[in-house]
Design a protein around this ligand. Sequence first.
Ligand SMILES: [Zn+2]
Length: 138
Amino acid sequence: MASLDRIRTDGFRRWYERQLIDCHAWLVSWFLGLIVLVSGIEVAGGGAGSRSSGALLALGGLAVTWYSWKRYHLLLEIAERLGEQAVCPKCEAYGKFKVLSSGPAPLPDGGDPSLENHGGGLWLHVECRKCGGEWTLK
Ligand SMILES: [Zn+2]
């Protein structure tokens, strides 16, 4: 997962780009999960011997589809929300800021509790690299 700490280290634009790549990779895995799900249903209808293996395949596909859709939606939602607020209120420069402070703090394993919680409670206090203006993304 693209950690919010990458905004601080790589800059917002790179983080945003990476976030969109990650979330579309989840969309691809959602689609592959859908193919497995439909294949499982097809196999399950083949006969008595293939019923249990088809059902297992369909369940696996369903799990991948469900989880992938959830991750895709979550990552896209956070990227869009922060992307909408990444414009400097003074000079209107997009994504050209450095993070002064942020919260809540990332987990030791690099995961973000705020990302896991649909971005709830997430905030970044930033300073524009162009004009020095400060604002908060939440
Ligand atoms: Zn500015």
